[in-house]
Design a protein around this ligand. Structure first.
Ligand code: DQQ
Length: 567
Protein backbone atom coordinates (compact mmCIF):
# COMPACT_ATOMS: atom_id res chain seq x y z
CA UNK A 1 0.00 0.00 0.00
CA UNK A 2 2.84 2.33 1.00
CA UNK A 3 4.55 1.74 -2.32
CA UNK A 4 1.33 2.40 -4.15
CA UNK A 5 0.79 5.77 -2.39
CA UNK A 6 4.45 6.60 -2.97
CA UNK A 7 4.05 5.83 -6.67
CA UNK A 8 0.92 7.95 -7.02
CA UNK A 9 2.69 10.91 -5.43
CA UNK A 10 5.60 10.43 -7.79
CA UNK A 11 3.37 10.07 -10.82
CA UNK A 12 1.68 13.35 -9.94
CA UNK A 13 5.00 15.08 -9.30
CA UNK A 14 6.92 13.63 -12.18
CA UNK A 15 4.33 13.52 -14.92
CA UNK A 16 3.03 16.99 -14.14
CA UNK A 17 6.30 18.75 -13.48
CA UNK A 18 8.42 20.23 -16.19
CA UNK A 19 11.19 17.97 -15.01
CA UNK A 20 13.49 20.61 -13.59
CA UNK A 21 12.50 20.86 -9.94
CA UNK A 22 12.17 17.15 -9.20
CA UNK A 23 15.84 16.50 -9.77
CA UNK A 24 16.64 18.49 -6.66
CA UNK A 25 13.81 17.04 -4.62
CA UNK A 26 14.69 13.35 -4.71
CA UNK A 27 17.89 11.49 -4.17
CA UNK A 28 19.02 9.46 -7.15
CA UNK A 29 21.39 6.56 -6.58
CA UNK A 30 23.47 7.66 -9.50
CA UNK A 31 26.78 6.41 -10.80
CA UNK A 32 29.76 8.46 -11.87
CA UNK A 33 30.56 8.57 -15.55
CA UNK A 34 33.57 6.30 -14.98
CA UNK A 35 31.43 3.73 -13.16
CA UNK A 36 28.89 3.75 -15.97
CA UNK A 37 31.66 2.97 -18.45
CA UNK A 38 33.33 0.41 -16.19
CA UNK A 39 30.05 -1.40 -15.51
CA UNK A 40 29.34 -1.56 -19.25
CA UNK A 41 25.87 -0.38 -18.24
CA UNK A 42 24.40 -0.22 -21.72
CA UNK A 43 25.87 -3.40 -23.17
CA UNK A 44 23.04 -5.60 -24.47
CA UNK A 45 22.49 -9.14 -23.22
CA UNK A 46 20.33 -10.56 -25.99
CA UNK A 47 20.95 -8.30 -28.98
CA UNK A 48 23.65 -9.26 -31.44
CA UNK A 49 26.96 -7.42 -31.53
CA UNK A 50 30.58 -8.57 -31.36
CA UNK A 51 32.48 -8.01 -28.09
CA UNK A 52 34.37 -4.91 -29.16
CA UNK A 53 34.48 -2.02 -31.58
CA UNK A 54 32.17 -0.30 -34.01
CA UNK A 55 29.47 -2.01 -36.08
CA UNK A 56 26.90 -0.65 -38.47
CA UNK A 57 24.78 -2.07 -41.33
CA UNK A 58 23.72 -5.74 -41.33
CA UNK A 59 25.14 -7.34 -44.50
CA UNK A 60 24.15 -10.42 -46.49
CA UNK A 61 22.15 -12.48 -43.97
CA UNK A 62 21.76 -16.03 -45.22
CA UNK A 63 20.99 -19.58 -44.06
CA UNK A 64 23.52 -22.18 -45.09
CA UNK A 65 23.90 -25.82 -44.06
CA UNK A 66 22.50 -25.53 -40.54
CA UNK A 67 23.73 -22.03 -39.70
CA UNK A 68 22.33 -18.57 -39.99
CA UNK A 69 25.02 -16.09 -41.01
CA UNK A 70 25.00 -12.41 -40.35
CA UNK A 71 27.75 -10.19 -41.70
CA UNK A 72 27.95 -6.54 -40.70
CA UNK A 73 29.99 -3.43 -41.26
CA UNK A 74 32.80 -3.49 -38.71
CA UNK A 75 35.77 -1.38 -37.72
CA UNK A 76 38.21 -3.90 -36.21
CA UNK A 77 40.38 -1.13 -34.80
CA UNK A 78 38.03 0.94 -32.69
CA UNK A 79 34.60 2.04 -31.54
CA UNK A 80 34.08 4.75 -34.17
CA UNK A 81 33.25 4.61 -37.86
CA UNK A 82 36.62 4.83 -39.60
CA UNK A 83 37.91 3.37 -42.83
CA UNK A 84 38.92 0.74 -43.68
CA UNK A 85 35.64 -0.93 -42.82
CA UNK A 86 35.47 -4.74 -43.12
CA UNK A 87 32.73 -7.39 -43.06
CA UNK A 88 32.41 -8.82 -39.53
CA UNK A 89 30.82 -12.27 -39.41
CA UNK A 90 28.75 -14.13 -36.81
CA UNK A 91 26.89 -17.43 -37.10
CA UNK A 92 24.05 -19.00 -35.19
CA UNK A 93 21.94 -22.13 -35.20
CA UNK A 94 18.95 -20.43 -33.64
CA UNK A 95 19.26 -16.71 -34.49
CA UNK A 96 19.68 -15.88 -30.81
CA UNK A 97 23.00 -17.42 -29.67
CA UNK A 98 25.95 -16.36 -31.79
CA UNK A 99 29.52 -17.39 -32.50
CA UNK A 100 31.71 -14.54 -33.68
CA UNK A 101 34.06 -15.61 -36.46
CA UNK A 102 36.98 -13.93 -38.16
CA UNK A 103 36.19 -11.13 -40.53
CA UNK A 104 34.78 -12.45 -43.79
CA UNK A 105 35.85 -9.67 -46.17
CA UNK A 106 38.74 -7.31 -45.55
CA UNK A 107 40.35 -4.85 -47.97
CA UNK A 108 43.04 -6.63 -49.98
CA UNK A 109 42.87 -5.56 -53.61
CA UNK A 110 42.77 -2.32 -55.59
CA UNK A 111 39.00 -2.78 -56.04
CA UNK A 112 38.31 -2.69 -52.28
CA UNK A 113 41.55 -1.48 -50.69
CA UNK A 114 39.86 1.38 -48.83
CA UNK A 115 36.89 -0.59 -47.41
CA UNK A 116 34.43 -3.39 -47.96
CA UNK A 117 31.09 -1.58 -47.73
CA UNK A 118 27.60 -3.06 -47.59
CA UNK A 119 26.17 -5.75 -49.82
CA UNK A 120 24.02 -8.86 -49.98
CA UNK A 121 24.10 -12.60 -50.44
CA UNK A 122 22.34 -14.48 -53.22
CA UNK A 123 22.01 -18.26 -53.34
CA UNK A 124 22.84 -19.47 -56.84
CA UNK A 125 21.39 -22.75 -58.19
CA UNK A 126 22.92 -25.76 -56.47
CA UNK A 127 22.81 -24.00 -53.06
CA UNK A 128 25.85 -21.85 -53.80
CA UNK A 129 25.95 -18.59 -51.86
CA UNK A 130 27.74 -15.63 -53.41
CA UNK A 131 28.17 -12.11 -52.17
CA UNK A 132 27.94 -8.81 -54.05
CA UNK A 133 29.44 -5.96 -52.05
CA UNK A 134 30.67 -2.42 -52.52
CA UNK A 135 34.41 -1.87 -52.57
CA UNK A 136 36.06 1.48 -52.04
CA UNK A 137 38.80 1.25 -54.60
CA UNK A 138 42.25 2.82 -54.60
CA UNK A 139 40.70 6.13 -55.68
CA UNK A 140 37.92 5.85 -53.12
CA UNK A 141 35.51 5.23 -55.97
CA UNK A 142 32.57 2.95 -55.11
CA UNK A 143 32.45 -0.20 -57.22
CA UNK A 144 30.54 -3.50 -56.96
CA UNK A 145 32.46 -6.71 -56.40
CA UNK A 146 31.78 -10.43 -56.24
CA UNK A 147 33.06 -12.93 -53.68
CA UNK A 148 32.46 -16.67 -53.31
CA UNK A 149 33.05 -19.08 -50.42
CA UNK A 150 36.39 -20.87 -50.67
CA UNK A 151 34.97 -24.13 -49.44
CA UNK A 152 31.29 -24.92 -49.95
CA UNK A 153 31.50 -27.85 -47.57
CA UNK A 154 32.29 -25.49 -44.68
CA UNK A 155 28.95 -24.59 -43.05
CA UNK A 156 30.68 -21.66 -41.33
CA UNK A 157 31.63 -20.13 -44.69
CA UNK A 158 34.78 -18.86 -43.02
CA UNK A 159 36.84 -18.01 -46.07
CA UNK A 160 35.80 -15.98 -49.06
CA UNK A 161 37.54 -15.59 -52.40
CA UNK A 162 37.16 -12.42 -54.36
CA UNK A 163 36.58 -12.75 -58.09
CA UNK A 164 39.71 -11.87 -60.01
CA UNK A 165 37.70 -9.89 -62.57
CA UNK A 166 36.40 -7.40 -59.97
CA UNK A 167 35.01 -4.80 -60.14
CA UNK A 168 31.86 -5.96 -61.92
CA UNK A 169 30.16 -2.56 -61.92
CA UNK A 170 31.58 0.95 -61.81
CA UNK A 171 29.61 4.20 -61.35
CA UNK A 172 27.43 4.71 -64.45
CA UNK A 173 27.09 8.02 -66.28
CA UNK A 174 25.44 10.69 -64.13
CA UNK A 175 26.37 8.97 -60.85
CA UNK A 176 29.35 10.39 -59.00
CA UNK A 177 31.99 7.92 -57.73
CA UNK A 178 30.94 8.33 -54.09
CA UNK A 179 27.23 7.75 -54.69
CA UNK A 180 27.04 4.18 -55.96
CA UNK A 181 26.75 1.42 -53.39
CA UNK A 182 25.02 -1.40 -51.49
CA UNK A 183 23.83 -4.03 -54.00
CA UNK A 184 20.64 -5.96 -53.13
CA UNK A 185 20.14 -9.69 -53.13
CA UNK A 186 19.73 -10.57 -56.81
CA UNK A 187 16.52 -12.04 -58.23
CA UNK A 188 15.86 -14.03 -61.37
CA UNK A 189 13.40 -12.77 -63.97
CA UNK A 190 11.11 -14.88 -66.17
CA UNK A 191 13.77 -14.74 -68.88
CA UNK A 192 16.18 -16.58 -66.60
CA UNK A 193 18.48 -13.57 -66.23
CA UNK A 194 19.56 -12.16 -62.89
CA UNK A 195 18.71 -8.65 -61.73
CA UNK A 196 20.28 -6.61 -58.98
CA UNK A 197 19.65 -3.08 -57.74
CA UNK A 198 22.39 -0.78 -56.46
CA UNK A 199 21.72 2.31 -54.36
CA UNK A 200 22.78 5.68 -55.67
CA UNK A 201 22.22 9.34 -56.37
CA UNK A 202 21.71 10.65 -59.88
CA UNK A 203 21.32 14.44 -59.95
CA UNK A 204 18.55 15.14 -57.46
CA UNK A 205 17.19 11.59 -57.65
CA UNK A 206 17.77 8.86 -55.11
CA UNK A 207 17.86 5.73 -57.25
CA UNK A 208 17.78 1.95 -57.19
CA UNK A 209 19.98 1.41 -60.25
CA UNK A 210 19.16 -1.79 -62.10
CA UNK A 211 21.56 -4.27 -63.72
CA UNK A 212 20.92 -7.56 -65.53
CA UNK A 213 23.18 -10.55 -66.00
CA UNK A 214 23.10 -14.01 -67.52
CA UNK A 215 26.02 -15.38 -65.56
CA UNK A 216 26.27 -13.22 -62.39
CA UNK A 217 29.61 -11.90 -63.63
CA UNK A 218 28.81 -9.69 -66.61
CA UNK A 219 26.26 -7.09 -65.59
CA UNK A 220 24.48 -4.80 -68.03
CA UNK A 221 23.07 -1.48 -66.90
CA UNK A 222 19.34 -1.12 -67.52
CA UNK A 223 18.33 2.25 -69.01
CA UNK A 224 15.89 3.10 -66.24
CA UNK A 225 16.23 2.53 -62.53
CA UNK A 226 13.99 0.03 -60.76
CA UNK A 227 12.57 3.09 -59.01
CA UNK A 228 13.65 6.53 -57.79
CA UNK A 229 12.71 9.33 -55.39
CA UNK A 230 13.07 13.08 -55.84
CA UNK A 231 15.17 15.20 -53.51
CA UNK A 232 15.70 12.38 -51.04
CA UNK A 233 19.49 12.34 -51.23
CA UNK A 234 21.33 9.11 -51.94
CA UNK A 235 19.47 5.84 -51.53
CA UNK A 236 21.57 3.52 -49.39
CA UNK A 237 21.03 -0.18 -48.84
CA UNK A 238 18.01 -0.73 -51.12
CA UNK A 239 16.06 -3.93 -50.51
CA UNK A 240 13.50 -5.40 -52.91
CA UNK A 241 11.43 -8.50 -52.23
CA UNK A 242 8.06 -10.17 -52.80
CA UNK A 243 5.49 -10.64 -50.02
CA UNK A 244 2.51 -12.94 -50.04
CA UNK A 245 -0.94 -11.32 -50.05
CA UNK A 246 -2.70 -14.13 -48.21
CA UNK A 247 -0.09 -15.68 -45.96
CA UNK A 248 2.55 -14.76 -43.43
CA UNK A 249 5.01 -17.05 -45.14
CA UNK A 250 7.96 -15.35 -46.75
CA UNK A 251 8.96 -15.78 -50.38
CA UNK A 252 12.26 -16.27 -52.13
CA UNK A 253 13.42 -13.11 -53.94
CA UNK A 254 12.93 -14.69 -57.36
CA UNK A 255 9.33 -15.83 -56.83
CA UNK A 256 6.83 -14.04 -59.02
CA UNK A 257 3.19 -14.75 -59.79
CA UNK A 258 -0.29 -14.37 -58.39
CA UNK A 259 -1.19 -13.09 -54.91
CA UNK A 260 2.13 -11.38 -54.51
CA UNK A 261 3.02 -7.78 -53.82
CA UNK A 262 6.48 -6.23 -53.72
CA UNK A 263 8.31 -4.18 -51.14
CA UNK A 264 10.96 -1.63 -52.02
CA UNK A 265 12.95 -0.21 -49.15
CA UNK A 266 15.58 2.51 -49.29
CA UNK A 267 17.63 4.05 -46.50
CA UNK A 268 17.99 7.83 -46.64
CA UNK A 269 17.86 10.83 -44.35
CA UNK A 270 18.57 8.53 -41.38
CA UNK A 271 15.43 6.40 -41.88
CA UNK A 272 14.37 3.21 -43.62
CA UNK A 273 11.39 4.00 -45.85
CA UNK A 274 9.41 1.41 -47.76
CA UNK A 275 6.62 1.30 -50.30
CA UNK A 276 4.34 -1.57 -51.27
CA UNK A 277 3.45 -2.12 -54.90
CA UNK A 278 3.81 -4.39 -57.86
CA UNK A 279 6.70 -5.35 -60.06
CA UNK A 280 6.32 -4.99 -63.80
CA UNK A 281 8.73 -7.72 -64.79
CA UNK A 282 8.56 -6.84 -68.51
CA UNK A 283 9.72 -3.29 -67.93
CA UNK A 284 11.69 -4.17 -64.80
CA UNK A 285 9.97 -1.46 -62.85
CA UNK A 286 8.56 -1.19 -59.36
CA UNK A 287 5.09 0.40 -59.33
CA UNK A 288 4.12 1.65 -55.87
CA UNK A 289 0.54 1.72 -54.62
CA UNK A 290 1.28 4.91 -52.72
CA UNK A 291 3.23 8.08 -53.47
CA UNK A 292 6.37 5.97 -53.37
CA UNK A 293 9.48 6.88 -51.41
CA UNK A 294 9.43 10.60 -50.75
CA UNK A 295 10.94 10.95 -47.27
CA UNK A 296 7.78 12.68 -46.04
CA UNK A 297 5.75 11.73 -42.98
CA UNK A 298 3.23 9.99 -45.22
CA UNK A 299 5.78 7.30 -46.19
CA UNK A 300 5.82 4.00 -44.34
CA UNK A 301 8.86 3.41 -42.19
CA UNK A 302 10.05 0.10 -40.79
CA UNK A 303 10.73 1.81 -37.51
CA UNK A 304 10.03 5.33 -36.29
CA UNK A 305 13.02 5.41 -33.96
CA UNK A 306 16.61 4.30 -34.48
CA UNK A 307 16.82 1.66 -37.19
CA UNK A 308 18.84 2.09 -40.36
CA UNK A 309 20.48 0.36 -43.33
CA UNK A 310 18.33 -2.71 -42.75
CA UNK A 311 18.33 -5.88 -44.78
CA UNK A 312 15.97 -8.84 -45.14
CA UNK A 313 16.55 -12.41 -46.21
CA UNK A 314 14.33 -15.39 -46.98
CA UNK A 315 14.71 -18.13 -44.38
CA UNK A 316 13.95 -21.25 -46.42
CA UNK A 317 13.93 -23.42 -43.28
CA UNK A 318 10.98 -21.75 -41.63
CA UNK A 319 9.59 -20.16 -44.79
CA UNK A 320 9.66 -16.63 -43.49
CA UNK A 321 11.28 -13.31 -44.30
CA UNK A 322 13.51 -11.89 -41.60
CA UNK A 323 14.54 -8.28 -41.18
CA UNK A 324 17.55 -6.87 -39.37
CA UNK A 325 18.44 -3.22 -38.81
CA UNK A 326 21.38 -1.33 -37.39
CA UNK A 327 20.62 0.47 -34.11
CA UNK A 328 23.11 3.25 -33.61
CA UNK A 329 24.22 4.66 -30.25
CA UNK A 330 22.71 7.88 -28.88
CA UNK A 331 25.64 8.72 -26.64
CA UNK A 332 28.77 10.58 -27.72
CA UNK A 333 31.71 9.17 -29.69
CA UNK A 334 33.98 9.87 -26.74
CA UNK A 335 31.70 7.69 -24.59
CA UNK A 336 31.83 4.98 -27.24
CA UNK A 337 35.61 5.06 -27.25
CA UNK A 338 35.61 4.70 -23.46
CA UNK A 339 33.09 1.84 -23.63
CA UNK A 340 35.08 0.20 -26.43
CA UNK A 341 32.05 -0.58 -28.56
CA UNK A 342 29.27 1.08 -30.54
CA UNK A 343 26.24 -0.19 -32.49
CA UNK A 344 23.79 -3.06 -32.10
CA UNK A 345 21.82 -5.21 -34.52
CA UNK A 346 18.07 -5.24 -33.87
CA UNK A 347 16.25 -8.35 -32.74
CA UNK A 348 15.57 -10.25 -35.99
CA UNK A 349 11.99 -9.48 -36.99
CA UNK A 350 9.68 -11.58 -39.10
CA UNK A 351 8.09 -9.35 -41.69
CA UNK A 352 4.87 -9.89 -43.65
CA UNK A 353 1.98 -8.02 -45.22
CA UNK A 354 -0.84 -6.87 -42.92
CA UNK A 355 -4.28 -8.45 -43.36
CA UNK A 356 -5.52 -5.35 -45.14
CA UNK A 357 -2.45 -5.51 -47.38
CA UNK A 358 -1.64 -1.83 -46.97
CA UNK A 359 1.47 -2.06 -44.83
CA UNK A 360 4.03 -4.43 -43.37
CA UNK A 361 3.84 -6.00 -39.96
CA UNK A 362 6.96 -6.85 -37.97
CA UNK A 363 7.25 -9.19 -35.03
CA UNK A 364 10.29 -10.52 -33.14
CA UNK A 365 11.09 -13.97 -34.54
CA UNK A 366 9.59 -16.82 -32.50
CA UNK A 367 13.05 -17.91 -31.30
CA UNK A 368 13.11 -14.77 -29.13
CA UNK A 369 10.48 -16.44 -26.95
CA UNK A 370 12.98 -19.22 -26.07
CA UNK A 371 14.93 -16.60 -24.14
CA UNK A 372 12.07 -15.99 -21.76
CA UNK A 373 12.65 -17.07 -18.16
CA UNK A 374 10.92 -15.88 -15.02
CA UNK A 375 7.38 -14.82 -15.82
CA UNK A 376 4.87 -12.50 -14.18
CA UNK A 377 1.34 -12.08 -15.44
CA UNK A 378 -1.76 -9.98 -14.76
CA UNK A 379 -5.14 -9.84 -16.39
CA UNK A 380 -8.17 -7.57 -16.35
CA UNK A 381 -6.48 -4.97 -14.24
CA UNK A 382 -8.16 -1.60 -14.25
CA UNK A 383 -5.82 1.38 -14.47
CA UNK A 384 -7.76 4.34 -13.27
CA UNK A 385 -7.11 7.75 -14.78
CA UNK A 386 -3.83 9.23 -13.56
CA UNK A 387 -2.42 6.16 -11.94
CA UNK A 388 0.46 3.75 -12.31
CA UNK A 389 1.58 0.45 -10.95
CA UNK A 390 4.91 -1.27 -10.82
CA UNK A 391 5.57 -4.61 -12.49
CA UNK A 392 7.74 -6.37 -9.95
CA UNK A 393 9.36 -9.80 -9.79
CA UNK A 394 11.35 -9.45 -12.99
CA UNK A 395 14.67 -7.86 -13.93
CA UNK A 396 13.47 -4.64 -15.48
CA UNK A 397 16.68 -4.02 -17.43
CA UNK A 398 16.42 -7.30 -19.38
CA UNK A 399 12.82 -8.00 -20.10
CA UNK A 400 10.25 -8.89 -22.73
CA UNK A 401 6.92 -7.30 -21.79
CA UNK A 402 3.72 -7.74 -23.75
CA UNK A 403 0.38 -6.23 -22.84
CA UNK A 404 -2.98 -5.38 -24.30
CA UNK A 405 -5.07 -2.41 -23.28
CA UNK A 406 -8.81 -2.16 -23.54
CA UNK A 407 -10.41 1.30 -23.71
CA UNK A 408 -13.92 1.08 -22.29
CA UNK A 409 -14.93 4.62 -23.31
CA UNK A 410 -12.99 4.95 -26.52
CA UNK A 411 -15.75 7.02 -28.14
CA UNK A 412 -14.90 9.82 -25.70
CA UNK A 413 -11.44 10.19 -27.22
CA UNK A 414 -10.42 13.70 -28.30
CA UNK A 415 -10.92 14.64 -31.93
CA UNK A 416 -7.93 14.36 -34.24
CA UNK A 417 -6.79 17.60 -35.83
CA UNK A 418 -6.01 17.00 -39.54
CA UNK A 419 -3.18 19.53 -39.28
CA UNK A 420 -1.26 17.00 -37.21
CA UNK A 421 0.75 15.35 -39.95
CA UNK A 422 3.95 14.61 -38.08
CA UNK A 423 3.62 12.08 -35.25
CA UNK A 424 7.12 12.73 -33.96
CA UNK A 425 6.37 16.43 -33.43
CA UNK A 426 3.01 15.57 -31.88
CA UNK A 427 4.69 13.23 -29.39
CA UNK A 428 6.87 16.13 -28.27
CA UNK A 429 3.81 18.17 -27.28
CA UNK A 430 1.37 15.43 -26.30
CA UNK A 431 3.89 13.95 -23.90
CA UNK A 432 3.41 11.31 -21.21
CA UNK A 433 2.67 14.18 -18.82
CA UNK A 434 0.08 15.88 -21.04
CA UNK A 435 -3.16 14.39 -19.82
CA UNK A 436 -5.87 13.66 -22.39
CA UNK A 437 -9.02 11.60 -22.32
CA UNK A 438 -7.97 8.32 -23.92
CA UNK A 439 -4.35 8.35 -22.89
CA UNK A 440 -1.51 8.77 -22.59
CA UNK A 441 -1.13 5.23 -21.25
CA UNK A 442 1.67 2.73 -21.62
CA UNK A 443 4.97 1.74 -20.06
CA UNK A 444 7.69 3.51 -18.15
CA UNK A 445 10.78 1.41 -18.86
CA UNK A 446 14.33 1.72 -17.57
CA UNK A 447 12.95 3.89 -14.79
CA UNK A 448 14.65 4.78 -11.54
CA UNK A 449 12.56 4.17 -8.47
CA UNK A 450 11.98 7.88 -8.00
CA UNK A 451 11.09 8.20 -11.71
CA UNK A 452 13.53 11.01 -12.27
CA UNK A 453 14.89 8.81 -15.05
CA UNK A 454 12.30 7.05 -17.21
CA UNK A 455 11.52 6.25 -20.83
CA UNK A 456 7.82 6.42 -21.60
CA UNK A 457 6.50 4.18 -24.39
CA UNK A 458 2.84 5.04 -24.73
CA UNK A 459 -0.32 5.55 -26.73
CA UNK A 460 -2.89 8.29 -27.01
CA UNK A 461 -6.11 7.71 -28.94
CA UNK A 462 -7.92 10.27 -31.12
CA UNK A 463 -11.24 10.11 -32.90
CA UNK A 464 -11.17 10.70 -36.65
CA UNK A 465 -14.73 10.64 -38.00
CA UNK A 466 -15.85 7.06 -37.46
CA UNK A 467 -12.35 5.69 -36.95
CA UNK A 468 -9.61 6.07 -34.41
CA UNK A 469 -6.03 7.18 -34.81
CA UNK A 470 -3.56 6.07 -32.21
CA UNK A 471 -0.46 8.09 -31.57
CA UNK A 472 2.39 5.84 -30.40
CA UNK A 473 5.35 7.58 -28.77
CA UNK A 474 8.70 6.67 -27.29
CA UNK A 475 9.82 9.59 -25.17
CA UNK A 476 13.50 9.57 -24.27
CA UNK A 477 13.57 13.17 -22.97
CA UNK A 478 13.81 11.96 -19.37
CA UNK A 479 15.67 8.73 -20.06
CA UNK A 480 18.83 10.00 -18.41
CA UNK A 481 20.04 12.81 -16.21
CA UNK A 482 23.31 12.65 -18.11
CA UNK A 483 24.19 15.35 -20.59
CA UNK A 484 25.51 14.83 -24.11
CA UNK A 485 22.99 12.15 -25.09
CA UNK A 486 20.53 12.37 -27.98
CA UNK A 487 17.17 12.20 -26.21
CA UNK A 488 14.91 12.81 -29.21
CA UNK A 489 11.29 11.70 -28.83
CA UNK A 490 9.93 9.43 -31.59
CA UNK A 491 6.36 8.90 -32.78
CA UNK A 492 4.14 7.00 -35.20
CA UNK A 493 0.47 6.96 -36.16
CA UNK A 494 -1.53 3.74 -36.15
CA UNK A 495 -4.89 3.71 -37.92
CA UNK A 496 -7.45 1.57 -36.12
CA UNK A 497 -10.77 0.28 -37.33
CA UNK A 498 -13.96 1.38 -35.67
CA UNK A 499 -14.48 -1.99 -33.99
CA UNK A 500 -11.05 -1.94 -32.34
CA UNK A 501 -11.14 -0.97 -28.71
CA UNK A 502 -7.97 -2.90 -27.88
CA UNK A 503 -4.39 -1.99 -28.53
CA UNK A 504 -1.31 -4.05 -27.79
CA UNK A 505 2.25 -3.15 -26.93
CA UNK A 506 5.36 -5.29 -26.70
CA UNK A 507 8.71 -3.90 -25.61
CA UNK A 508 12.03 -5.70 -25.58
CA UNK A 509 14.19 -3.92 -23.04
CA UNK A 510 17.87 -4.81 -23.09
CA UNK A 511 19.86 -2.33 -20.96
CA UNK A 512 20.33 0.55 -23.39
CA UNK A 513 17.96 -0.74 -26.11
CA UNK A 514 14.17 -0.46 -26.07
CA UNK A 515 12.51 -2.04 -29.13
CA UNK A 516 8.76 -1.50 -29.08
CA UNK A 517 6.05 -3.04 -31.26
CA UNK A 518 2.66 -1.33 -31.23
CA UNK A 519 -0.66 -2.80 -32.39
CA UNK A 520 0.74 -6.30 -32.98
CA UNK A 521 3.71 -4.94 -34.91
CA UNK A 522 2.02 -2.37 -37.14
CA UNK A 523 4.25 0.40 -35.76
CA UNK A 524 7.73 -0.13 -34.35
CA UNK A 525 9.88 2.32 -32.43
CA UNK A 526 13.42 1.59 -31.29
CA UNK A 527 15.23 3.80 -28.81
CA UNK A 528 18.56 3.92 -26.99
CA UNK A 529 18.68 5.02 -23.36
CA UNK A 530 21.59 5.53 -20.96
CA UNK A 531 20.31 6.12 -17.44
CA UNK A 532 22.47 7.32 -14.63
CA UNK A 533 21.30 4.82 -12.02
CA UNK A 534 22.82 1.37 -11.61
CA UNK A 535 21.00 -0.32 -14.46
CA UNK A 536 21.40 -3.94 -13.35
CA UNK A 537 20.34 -3.30 -9.75
CA UNK A 538 17.95 -0.40 -9.84
CA UNK A 539 15.86 -0.48 -13.00
CA UNK A 540 12.10 -0.42 -12.54
CA UNK A 541 9.19 -1.06 -14.85
CA UNK A 542 5.78 0.61 -14.53
CA UNK A 543 2.50 0.69 -16.39
CA UNK A 544 0.82 4.09 -16.31
CA UNK A 545 -2.35 5.80 -17.38
CA UNK A 546 -2.21 9.55 -17.36
CA UNK A 547 -5.48 10.03 -19.25
CA UNK A 548 -8.66 11.02 -17.43
CA UNK A 549 -10.54 7.89 -18.59
CA UNK A 550 -9.81 4.46 -17.17
CA UNK A 551 -8.08 1.85 -19.25
CA UNK A 552 -8.08 -1.88 -18.60
CA UNK A 553 -4.98 -4.02 -18.91
CA UNK A 554 -6.60 -7.08 -20.43
CA UNK A 555 -3.40 -9.10 -20.24
CA UNK A 556 0.14 -8.37 -19.17
CA UNK A 557 3.00 -10.83 -19.43
CA UNK A 558 6.59 -9.99 -18.61
CA UNK A 559 9.56 -12.29 -18.71
CA UNK A 560 13.17 -11.97 -17.67
CA UNK A 561 15.28 -12.54 -20.74
CA UNK A 562 18.31 -14.86 -20.83
CA UNK A 563 21.69 -13.55 -21.77
CA UNK A 564 22.54 -15.10 -25.11
CA UNK A 565 25.82 -16.73 -26.17
CA UNK A 566 28.06 -14.25 -27.90
CA UNK A 567 27.10 -11.46 -25.48
N1 DQQ B 1 27.02 2.20 -44.57
C1 DQQ B 1 27.96 1.56 -45.43
C2 DQQ B 1 27.58 1.96 -46.82
C3 DQQ B 1 26.15 2.29 -46.66
C4 DQQ B 1 26.09 2.96 -45.33
C5 DQQ B 1 29.33 1.97 -45.01
C6 DQQ B 1 24.72 2.98 -44.72
O1 DQQ B 1 27.79 0.91 -47.73
O2 DQQ B 1 25.67 3.10 -47.69
O3 DQQ B 1 29.61 1.45 -43.74
O4 DQQ B 1 24.78 3.09 -43.33
Amino acid sequence: MKTFVFCIIYLCCVLHSNGTDIHDTFYVASLSHDQIVKNQQGKPSFHLRPPHNWINDPNGPVYYKGFYHLFYQYNPKGAVFKKPIVWGHSVSRDLTNWIHLNNALVPTDPFDINSCYSGSTTILPGNKPVVLYTGLDANNQQVQNLAKPKNLSDPFLKEWIKYSGNPLMTPPKGVTPDNFRDPTTAWKGKDGNWRVAVGGLRGNLGVAILYRSKDFVHWILHDDPLYFGMNTGIWECPDFYPVSVNSRHGLDNSVNGKNIKYVLKASFQSHDYYAIGSYDSNKDKFVPESKGLTGSTSDWRYDYGKFYASKTFYDSVKKRRILWGWINESDSSSDDIKKGWAGIQSIPRQVYLSDAGRQLVQWPIEETEKLREKHVTYSNKKLKGKSLFEVTGITASQVDIQLSFNLPKIEEAEVFDPKWDDPQTLCSTKTASASGRAGPFGLLVMASQDLTEQTAVFFRVFKDNHKFIVLMCSDQSRSSLREGIDKTTYGAFIHMDHEDDMISLRSLVDHSVVESFGADGRACITARVYPHFHVKKEAHLYVFNNGSNDVVIKTLDAWNMKKTKGN
